[in-house]
Design a protein around this ligand. Structure first.
Ligand code: FES
Ligand SMILES: [Fe+2]
Length: 345
């Protein structure tokens, strides 16, 4: 937690990228959990993820191209299908017997779900199960914003669950919270699968940003490993789901993506505005971790205070339990208990 890097958690499904950014018959190179990956989409729309090394001489496959549903290496033209199996070695003559089906570049479990491309990063042979489902909407999101952050997943996560930075960081000429007029807040939390949840509660009527969603608005926020903040906002008539996803690029860098789904059919007219505002908010978070980095390089001692940073502590406890249950080969046991937290924000 103290430094510039965070230990990476294996054994989870991670959101690799928004599905909308990957065209048919193409691939995108990415670094995720410190590993180079090629994420591809076949002509039928299905997705796959390969280790980004050619097993012949190790050149990254990203320099190659798609031929049909296969990725062709740029060096000697070997081809690999989405399962990571070699399908062609062009140099072979008809009498040369090479079992090309035994040559593999390596593939990751990869699925597209709710408009997000998910990859499982586990140990060799580990059963992946399925990615977690986001609530309400079984379709692609109505919008998203994605950005790399120059910080570890721990500091990215602390930013996500930090209830008291908004009055100082998320300010603009059109939105300025007066930091001298902070209100006392009291929220109730309970443990849930791989995380915790700010229990469902009413949104105060003075909060005009929520008004287009309808009457009697309630919200609930779930935080869970390996890096999700899932906010459900429901009214008598509508639902909005906002999901922030943290995906480690490597130990010191993090991809942050904000997805949003809504049920208000008319709200498509707001898409450009929502996108713009989402971008501004995320850029403010990104800029502050960039500045924080200038401090962290000198390895200062850091503090987590009650109750404003209690959720950051919970994040670290959940991570510790994640590593412990894998090392000890036993089921994950959520160490958190119901608790009420208070702060001024
Ligand atoms: S290095 Fe890939 S085909 Fe030779
Ligand atoms: Fe923020």
């Amino acid at each position: 937690m103290q430094g510039l890097t965070a230990e990476l958690m294996r054994g989870h499904w991670y959101v690799a990228m928004p599905g909308a950014e990957l065209k048919r018959s193409s691939f995108e190179p990415k670094t995720l959990l410190g590993e180079p990956v090629v994420i591809g989409r076949r002509a039928d729309g299905s997705v796959f993820a390969l280790k980004d090394h050619c097993p012949h001489r190790g050149i990254p496959l990203r320099y190659g191209r798609m031929i049909g549903d296969d990725v062709e290496c740029c060096y000697h033209g070997w081809r690999f299908n989405g399962e990571g199996t070699c399908t062609l070695i062009p140099s072979l003559t008809s009498d040369q017997q090479v079992e090309i089906g035994k040559i593999r570049c390596g593939a990751y479990p990869c699925v597209e779900q709710q408009g997000m491309i998910w990859i499982f990063f586990g140990e060799k042979g580990e059963a992946p199960g399925s990615p977690p489902k986001m609530p309400y909407f079984d379709r692609a999101p109505d919008g998203y914003v994605t950005m790399p952050f120059e910080c570890s997943t721990d500091h990215a996560a602390f930013g996500l669950m930090d209830p008291t930075h908004a009055a100082f960081v998320h300010t603009s000429w059109w939105f300025k919270k007066d930091a001298t007029k902070l209100r006392e807040k009291e929220k109730h939390f309970e443990p849930c699968e791989l995380g915790w949840r700010m229990k469902r509660h009413k949104v105060p009527a003075r909060n005009i940003a929520y008004r287009p969603i309808g009457k009697n608005i309630e919200t609930q926020i779930t935080y869970r490993l390996p890096g999700f903040r899932i906010e459900e906002i429901v009214s008598d008539t509508h639902q909005v789901v906002s999901v922030t996803v943290i995906t480690p690029i490597d130990e010191g860098r993090t991809q942050i993506t904000q997805y949003i789904w809504w049920s208000m059919g008319w709200a498509f007219v707001l898409k450009p505005l929502v996108r713009r505002l989402g971008r501004i908010f995320i850029e403010q978070d990104r800029d502050v971790v960039q500045q924080q980095r200038e401090g962290l390089v000198h390895k200062p001692r850091l503090m987590l205070i009650n109750d404003a940073d209690t959720q950051a502590r919970w994040w670290m406890r959940l991570k510790d339990e994640w590593f412990a249950h894998r090392a000890e080969d036993r089921p994950f046991a959520n160490p958190l208990r119901e608790q009420t937290l208070r702060w001024r924000s």
